[in-house]
Structure formats: C-alpha cells, structure tokens
Design a protein around this ligand. Sequence first.
Ligand code: MGD
Ligand code: MGD
Ligand code: SF4
Ligand code: MO
Length: 727
Amino acid sequence: MPDPSEIVHRTCPLCEAHCGIAIEVDRDSGTVLTVRGDEQDSFSRGYLCPKAYGLKGLHEDPERLRRPLRRRGTDFEEISWEEAFAEAADRLREIRERHAADAIATYLGNPNAHDLGAILYGATFQKALGTRWRFSATSVDQLPKMVASSQLFGAPGRFAVPDVDRTDYFLVLGANPVVSNGSLMTAPDMPGRLRALRERGGHLVVVDPRRSETAAIADRHLFIRPGTDAFFLFSLVQVLFAEDGISLGPLEERTDGVDELRALARDFTPEATAAATGIAPDAVREIARELAAAERAAVYGRIGTCTQRFGTLASWLVDVLNALTGNLDSEGGVCFPRGAATPADDTPRKTGTFPFGRWRSRVRGLPEFAGELPVACLAEEIDTPGADGERVRALVTVSGNPVLSTPNGARLARALGRLEFMVSIDLYLNETSRLADLVLPSTGHLEHSNYDLVFDGVSVRNKAHWSPQVFAPAPDSRHQWEILAELAGRVNGASADDIHDLMIGGIARATGLEPDTARERGPEQILDLMLRGGPYRLSLEKLEAEPHGIDLGPLEPGRLPRILATASGRVELAPALITADVPRLRAALAGASDPEGLVLIGRRNVRSNNSWMHNVRALHKGRDRCVLMIHPEDAARLDLVDGARANVTSRVGEVTVPVSVTARMMPGVVSLPHGHGQGGAGARQSEAARVPGVNSNLLSDEADLDALSGNAVLNGIPVRVVPAAPV
Ligand SMILES: Nc1nc2c(c(=O)[nH]1)N[C@H]1C(S)=C(S)[C@@H](COP(=O)(O)OP(=O)(O)OC[C@H]3O[C@@H](n4cnc5c(=O)[nH]c(N)nc54)[C@H](O)[C@@H]3O)O[C@H]1N2
Ligand SMILES: Nc1nc2c(c(=O)[nH]1)N[C@H]1C(S)=C(S)[C@@H](COP(=O)(O)OP(=O)(O)OC[C@H]3O[C@@H](n4cnc5c(=O)[nH]c(N)nc54)[C@H](O)[C@@H]3O)O[C@H]1N2
Ligand code: SF4
Ligand SMILES: [Mo]
C-alpha cells in the first residue's frame, strides 16, 4: 500500500506572525495528521504556537458550517447556494431601493485581513453595495495608529515597524507580543526574537498596567495607570528637549513641526504627569536618557495604547519619539517594509492632507476615516428611529463577531434582532451569526490557498510566502472570494466574472502587464499580476517553487523620503488634526481621574484568537481562562479571595466572574480577557459553550471613545467590583 500521507508547506493564517508550517495530511481520510513548525522557513525557523495545531480541529470540527443556512423561526435550515445567493441579493437590492444604499451596513472582521481572497474581493463587495455605512474591527483595534500615520506620513497604512532583530533598545507599551505574537509587527517567534535582543546586550523595557508575559522577560517593567500613555510619552519628549537629547538624523531636512512639539511638550514635565501615570519622574528621565543614548532604539505601542481614551495621541507620540531620537526610518529603529505584491514604483500616486470626516454618523456625528465609521456607533444607527433612508435596516457581516468583539455587546445584539435583514458570512453559528437571516459559510482555512498580502506591509523582514491549498474544498462549497464576488455581482445585476474582470482590468492598467489567462479567474490570477508588477518582479510560479518562502532581506532604512505622501512632502511631526486634541489631554491632566476607583483592562490568551477557536477542544480544554485578575490589596479591601466570584459593573453592563488574586496587577487595575461568553439561543459551538466565560464587552461602553479617531475604549473602563452573592 502506498503511504497516503503527504506534507504540505505553507504559512499559518491565524495571526499576524504567519509562521511557516509543515502540515502532514492523510489524503485518504482527508484529515490532518500533524502540524509542525517548518524548520526550513528562514523567517520562522520552525517556531509555532499552540494555536497552529488548532488548524486540525478547525478543519475537522463537525460544527463548522459547510452549507448555507436560512433562519426558520428560532432555528436554521440548510438551503442550496443558488437559493442563498438569490435571496441575499434580492433582499439587499429591495432594501436599497426602498430605503437607500446607506440603509445597508457592512461589518468586516479581523480574519478578512488574513485571507487573500477576502482582502481583494471584500473591498469590491463593499463598493458594489454603494453604502457609506461601513464598519470593521479597525475601530476596536488600530484605527488610532492609522489616523496618526495618515497625518505624519500621509497614508493610513504606512506603519513604522520595529526593526526588532537589529535594535539595541526596545520600549514596548500596551502590547504583549510574547502571547499575541506581535501586531503591526509580523515577526514569528517574538519570544525568541526578544531573547536574542537581550543576548546581544540589548534592553527590553515594557510599560503595562499588568506584569504581562512580555514584562516578565523584560529588563525593566513599569506599571502605568491605564489610558495615561500619552502623558508618559509627552514627558519623554519634554525631557529629550530639555536635555538636548534630540537628534533627527538624516530625516532632519525632511521633518516639520519640531519647534511646535517643543512648545506642546513644555508643561508635560515628568513631575506634572507622575500622579496621573503612576510612573516616578526619575524613571521617566532614565528612560528618556537611555532612548537618546541608545545607538539603535525602537518605541512600539499596540492594543493597550490604541484602544484607550487618548489612543491617537499615544500612537502619534510613539512615532514622534522614534523621529526625535533619529530612529525613524533607520536600521535597528522603525522602518517601512516593502511588500512583494506592492507597486514597483512606490512613489505615492496621491499626495495631500489625508481626508478625515468626509461624512459623519447620523446619530452621534462620528467622523468617517478611510471610508469607514467607528463600530461603537453601529447599534445606535440601527436602534435610533429615523426617516426613510436615514437608518440602518440591514447588515452584512463578513468574518466578524461584533456581539463579542465590540462595545456594549448586549445593546448590539438587541439592535441586530431589529434589523429587517442580516447576512453573515461565517464559518460558525456564533453569538453574531445566530442573529442573521442567512449564514453563508466559506471554505475552511486549509481548503483554499493564501498569501499574506496585508502583513507583508508590517513584516520585520521583507519576504514572500505562498500558501497552497492543503485539501480540495468540500463538495458544493464556496470560497470566501467566490461568495463576495457572487453577491457583488448579483446586487448590481452583473456576474461574478464581471466583478473579477473589472478588478483584474484595473491592476493590468496600473502595472501595464497582461494577466496570465492560463490561471483561472480569482485571487491567484490577481496576485500573480501584482507580484509580476512588484518591486522584486516575482510571480506566483516563482513563489510556488519555494515552499519555505522567499527571504527578501532585512528592512531597508532610508525609504521614507520616497514614500511620504503628505502635502508638504515632509514628515509632519505636529499635524494640525492631532495637535488640536492636545488641549483635551491637558484638561484630563488637570482633572486627573479618581485614584480610588478601579479600571478594567483586557488581555489575550495564547490558546485562543479573539472570540473564535474556542470550539477547538484541543485548545479550549483545561482551566477556565476567563478570570478577573486583581491586586492583593484591592482584593483584601473588597473582601475577595482567590477563586471567589465577583460582580463587575460598568456604566453599561454587569458580569460575574471568578477572580485571580495576583501581584502581577497594578493596584487599582483589574484585567479580564475579551472574546469569551460564547453561546446564546441558536449558536452552535458546543465545546465553546461548555466553558463560555463572560463577554468582557458587556462592560465596555459604546459612548466612551478616543474622541479624535472614534476608536473604542476597551482599556481603562471604570468599573465597580464587589463579591458576588453565593449561588
Ligand atoms: N474588550 C476587548 N475587545 C476587543 C479587543 C480587546 O483587546 N479587548 N480586541 C479587538 C481586536 S484587536 C479585534 S481584531 C477584534 C476582532 O473582532 P472580530 O473580527 O469581529 O471578531 P473575531 O473574534 O476575530 O471573529 C472572527 C469571526 O470570523 C469567523 N471566521 C474565522 N475565519 C474565517 C474565515 O476564513 N471565513 C469566514 N467566513 N469566517 C471566518 C469566526 O468564526 C468569527 O465569527 O476584537 C476586538 N475586541
Ligand atoms: N493568542 C492570541 N494572539 C493574538 C490574538 C488573540 O486573541 N490571541 N489577537 C490578535 C489580534 S487581532 C491583535 S490586534 C493582536 C494584539 O496584540 P497586542 O497588542 O500585543 O495585544 P494584547 O496581548 O492584548 O496586549 C495589550 C497589553 O496592553 C496592556 N494595556 C492595557 N491597557 C493599557 C494602557 O492603557 N497602557 C499600556 N501601556 N498598556 C495597557 C495590557 O495589559 C496588555 O498586556 O494580537 C493578535 N494575536
Ligand atoms: S504564532 Fe501561532 S497562530 Fe500565529 S501564525 Fe504562528 S503558529 Fe499561527
Ligand atoms: Mo486585532
């Protein structure tokens, strides 16, 4: 008997690290035998985290949906794809005609960014609907960083990425890459890379209200009061100016706003901000001096610095510090990666002041950015009465679970129940899709090919890695891009092929190249054209020949002048949109928050991915991870002991959870992970629902935003904690 097992090499699509993996499969049974790290992948060198093995569980999960479902009362019935597409398109068209294009909202979740087909066709699908009411996980994530980049560098997607393999000094705020494996910083094996940094004599400094897994391996950890990073960062800037620590390096000639910054930072002395941040003035001065003295340093902030009240100011100040210390666009500092599927000529096609607030949400007047509105206002756009054409009546969710992932999930779930029509493109019947009229499941992660298009743009090394399909798709199934193309076509009386031809035509014109017609219509044909038109003149064929990926070298310093898209053609260190928010920060310093009150922050767990993958038993089993961490002094004051249950209340909701008493928390701060609370009538994830935990976004407040960007505040939520009544 021939051995039916075979090893397929590709990348793991589950998080931004995109580790190279070797999947051993049994072709006869269509099952995964093993998932290993690919030792020959020059980027990930065999690293993987426990989640990668979850690919097997996901592929084989009997509760993963394979066929379209239609709501029937409180349950669902399977229907054919033709019925599903016809019904979705008819209802959407009808709502658009009766009300307005803006009566249909869309919500794109995080996994879209990890799927080539979804990236390419998702944007086209949204355009085809013609709505301006577009929402996504961006506004519970990196929106502040995008607003900051748009003003500093002229483009929202130009992220300065830490050159982590060559830096000597790494200052990390509000990120826990040892667990999350890095974000807006694609770097497989962050634990190994941080170890290597220390082994070569470098320093890792972590600023976090919790002694996180990353803080635990750092040279220095500073507790910070949640939401006060902008104060701390401004103090660093103030010290740099006061002590002549500024040195912009080669970018000096291309940078504006330095004098304005000096003036803005003047009052934020370490003494003035210490009470708010909880960081002693001496510590601030030491860090400022170390940053200035380090040959090569990188400052990096992520979820904790974005999803807070001053998210944009904090994100901006992170890059300001990189610039002022000569580390922007510099080896071992922060750099701008160059993706293989980006235009070879990367001088910006459009320059100017990046637009902001071209339209506003109906109820609260929140600003549009890059074509989207903040998701914190989705519920009110549905549940607030309004005239025809003014109110959201229908919703399409694409790989998203906003009921668990966005603020005030309870209100959102109620609002979704009031829609005239809702479609969810999702792999599962979960807390969101269970409220839909139609659920359209796409093929599983191993049933389609992939390319990490988005994450090439934030990678700590330039590289290109093709991921072939591992298994043939289940019979009569549809890829995500096929679903999106079909719907995009049908709502406008066109075909999926028309949609594809339109897309590829655009890229052919931009690159001056002809598509490879030997390849079928679809994302592969489009990617091939993008690669051939890209800076390394690759092609899909060349990628297919390199199963362990192609290393395109370290980050290139000195790229920024060429790619700057600001109106001035210079780095705008003090852009008007952002500096206009500084008075709000100053006012907050004057009225510093109630030090007696507790505030809630979030965390991630290495065995799950936001709100999903909880149905994979191999990952989900074991102890309950949805516990409230609290400092011993706070626990004693509140009469809570380890393992006891507590009621946690915020302005908008209440949950009851077990507590874990630990000195790893800063006093006055409690931590609860997000992405838990699975279940609800109609949901079909029995393993997840076995130990569901609670939805931390029942506590996050849809009214509490980073006022500048509209991003949700998911860290620093005022809460009251009391012992729960015995059950
Ligand atoms: N309190 C709090 N809330 C948070 C955060 C936090 O730190 N604290 N983090 C925020 C962040 S950073 C993010 S990115 C968001 C995430 O928010 P979302 O993107 O809304 O939620 P996910 O939990 O990622 O859910 C992904 C959904 O996609 C489905 N899915 C997975 N893969 C595929 C696929 O290939 N095709 C299809 N069709 N469906 C698929 C899953 O079943 C699941 O329903 O959550 C945010 N919410
Ligand atoms: N295992 C696993 N990996 C993941 C995910 C997952 O759910 N599970 N999600 C993926 C996604 S979508 C993303 S966006 C990334 C996010 O990746 P990271 O940005 O690394 O996110 P977290 O792990 O939530 O770490 C945020 C840290 O900020 C701290 N923090 C909270 N509030 C503040 C504050 O006000 N100031 C400061 N300085 N710190 C604060 C928290 O204590 C926490 O340690 O992770 C990705 N990787
Ligand atoms: S860190 Fe884990 S989940 Fe992320 S890509 Fe690597 S193996 Fe996959
Ligand atoms: Mo995220």
